[in-house]
Design a protein around this ligand. Structure first.
Ligand SMILES: *Cc1c(COP(=O)(O)O)cnc(C)c1O
Ligand SMILES: [Zn+2]
Length: 425
């Protein structure tokens, strides 16, 4: 066996399979034995047109799932996402070098696809009859799409009335059975774990170590795009902490393989009233939040599953955890949107976080910064529209853009245009 599951707490090893917790209760992670590749192997370009290596996930197959048969792979050519720079973002964050890697450009509109292609391929290998997840939205959209492609039944557990419409519509359209829980995400998560083990559904939440393997490729691809030049900071929105965990695992593995010679600092950004990880970082004690609140529904999580992996990552990268208000999140989102880049609310937490870390002097003006945008602007149209209409409670729409209504007369149009631009004639 080239890969095994190893407990992060006690080190006990298991054969890979549908098991997600050690006897001791610790989380499992995938460990690959004897991987020995150099970056030239991945840079040679010989893969780019060769299935499944055209995918930004499977290009790195040797580092995420070397023994998987290509026949089992369910892929939509994930990744290959753009990195953007824009002067507005430099000005907003008071940073000279800040770029945004847009994971909302993945096939179903969020980074979840990178983990999901691996988890669903594993479900195929295991001959699973059905897959399941709890979700704040994007995991369910992604799972539903990949499960449909694989011909697997899919069951989604979501908190009733709490997920953005773009995401719910995807899950329904792709044919997943949507089960609304009268409770929040944390209740749904507990229930799906119980239901999966009782009824033999294959669980594809980020507690599934294969999700983490796939999400490592955000870092692999980012660094490859930068010719393996390591930034000073990587900033990521943090909810269930799968991404924070994956980023740390990827960076440590790259360092061990000598692809990079130093580690960037990792900054995880939480929403102010959904910030159990921030509290853990500050108080050295993990306590779930019973009633998390934030407009950024993708990170509205009170009891993040991967906190133990994630806090190790913050320690190992000499990183930080920060929190930002909903008002700040929507303000940063409007900035990102008006650059023509665009993202969903949770994603903008990384940009708001960059601004706060700069203001606090934790980040230097000249530092080389990468923020991860986790989801697509189309995921949550309601909050975008309500922001511009000024309908969001406790949120000041500084960059408000209200539609106007006029009679269908040229003179009225001229009057409105004149307020904004100089007209000819
Ligand atoms: C899932 C998700 C997050 C949170 O990521 P975790 O790995 O759960 O911390 C952030 N933003 C978006 C858009 C997401 O879909
Ligand atoms: Zn253990």
């Amino acid at each position: 066996m080239i890969s095994n599951f190893t407990c992060i707490r006690c080190g006990k090893k298991y054969e890979i399979g549908s098991i997600f917790n050690c006897e001791c209760g610790g989380l499992l992670q995938v460990i690959h034995d004897n991987i020995n590749f150099n970056k030239e192997f991945f840079d040679s370009g010989k893969f780019s047109s060769n299935y499944p290596y055209q995918s930004g996930v499977w290009r790195f197959k040797e580092l995420i799932y070397p023994s998987l048969m290509v026949d089992n792979i369910i892929t939509k050519s994930e990744g290959n996402t753009n990195i953007y720079n824009h002067k507005k973002i430099n000005d907003y964050t008071d940073l000279i070098k800040i770029s945004l890697k847009h994971e909302g450009e993945n096939p179903t509109g969020s980074f979840k696809d990178r983990g999901m292609t691996v988890a669903i391929s594993e479900a195929v290998r295991l001959n699973a009859k059905a897959v399941a997840c709890a979700s704040t939205g994007n995991t369910s959209a992604s799972m539903a799409a990949y499960a449909a492609q694989a011909g697997l039944r899919a069951f989604v557990f979501i908190p009733e009335g709490e997920i953005a419409y773009g995401k719910l519509s995807q899950a329904l359209a792709y044919g997943a059975k949507v089960i609304q829980i009268k409770g929040n995400f944390d209740d749904a998560m507990k229930l799906v774990q119980e239901a999966s083990s009782k009824f033999g559904l294959y669980l594809v939440n980020s507690i599934n170590p294969w999700r983490i393997e796939g999400q490592k490729t955000i870092i692999f691809e980012l660094l490859q795009q930068r010719n393996w030049k390591v930034p000073d900071w990587i900033i990521v929105p943090a909810g269930n902490l799968g991404n924070t965990s994956a980023f740390g695992k990827a960076l440590l593995e790259l360092k061990k393989l000598n692809f990079i010679s130093k580690l960037p600092h990792l900054a995880s950004i939480q929403a102010e009233n959904s910030s159990p990880f921030y509290n853990l970082y500050k108080n050295k004690e993990f306590k779930p939040i019973i009633n998390p609140k934030t407009i950024a529904s993708a990170i509205k999580i009170g009891s993040p599953v991967s906190w133990e992996k994630a806090i190790n990552v913050i320690k190992e990268t000499n990183g930080v955890v920060e929190k930002v208000s909903d008002d700040h999140i929507m303000d940063a989102k409007a900035e990102v949107d008006q650059c023509g880049i665009g993202c969903e609310p949770a994603s903008a937490a990384s940009v708001a976080g960059a601004q706060i870390l700069r203001q606090k002097g934790i980040i230097d003006k000249k530092d080389d910064i990468v923020c991860i945008l986790t989801g697509n602007i189309l995921k949550d149209p309601d909050n975008t529209i309500n922001y511009h209409m000024g309908l969001l409670k406790n949120i000041k729409p500084r960059l408000q853009n209200i539609p106007i209504i006029i009679d269908p007369k040229a003179i009225d149009i001229q009057h409105e245009l004149k307020k904004i631009i100089t007209l000819k004639g």
